[in-house]
Write a protein that binds this ligand. Structure first.
Ligand SMILES: Cc1cc2nc3c(=O)[nH]c(=O)nc-3n(C[C@H](O)[C@H](O)[C@H](O)COP(=O)(O)O)c2cc1C
Length: 184
């Protein structure tokens, strides 16, 4: 049995839902998983000895990763490098297949370039356009971006672009990262 740390940041709840799907899939295979907010990891610390594999996930909000993601990556860079690991991001640009690949997703490329920790496995998930649950400013800003990028602009719509079968497949893939990346 393997024990996985699923560390995540979520601005509006959707990345938490993806992290929960990964967590549940890992548990369903008879392995163990702790799903922990990156804020808790940074502020309270992590019992790293418990974990065989680490998955880190974050959304993009206004073109950037939250500062807690950078704090997590720099604070734990050295320990992350000793564990089989994967990083995923969640963006609405990834609703287009070209931008759903690590090579085609500029936010993921920027992460790899800037992060002191270089993840050994990468994944992009399409996120959610959730106008009813966003505040007026968020709605306003995303509607402009959607207008430019030919996405939905109706402020009453909520569209979940995430492919949950792909999320579950990714969770199972992460369970063999120790074999793919080798134990250190
Ligand atoms: C305020 C705000 C800004 C966003 N900015 C971007 C962006 O710059 N690029 C992008 O692809 N998606 C952007 N998104 C879409 C989010 O990445 C997507 O909604 C994701 O599902 C949010 O995950 P969360 O609920 O865990 O925060 C933005 C969403 C919000 C609410």
């Amino acid at each position: 049995m393997k024990t996985v740390l699923m560390a995540y940041y979520s601005h509006a709840g959707h990345t938490a839902r993806i992290a929960r799907t990964i967590h549940d899939e890992i548990i369903s295979t008879g392995n163990a998983c702790d799903m922990v907010d990156m804020m808790e990891c940074v502020r309270e610390g992590v019992d790293w000895d418990k974990y065989d594999i680490v998955i880190v996930g974050s959304p993009i909000v206004y073109g950037v990763y939250n500062k807690i993601v950078w704090q997590f990556c720099s604070k734990f860079q050295h320990i992350l490098e000793t564990k089989p690991n994967s990083f995923f991001n969640v963006t609405v640009v990834a609703r287009s297949p070209l931008k759903a690949t690590p090579e085609g997703n500029k936010y993921l490329q920027r992460f790899v370039a800037r992060s002191p920790w270089k993840p050994r496995d990468l994944k992009c998930f399409a996120g959610k356009v959730d106008y009813p649950n966003w505040n007026w400013f968020e709605r306003f800003m995303i509607r402009i971006i959607m207008k430019i990028t030919d996405g939905p602009t109706d402020p009453s719509v909520s569209i979940d672009y995430t492919d949950y079968e792909d999320v579950r497949g990714y969770a199972r893939h992460c369970l063999i990262l120790d074999l793919l990346q080798g134990r250190r």
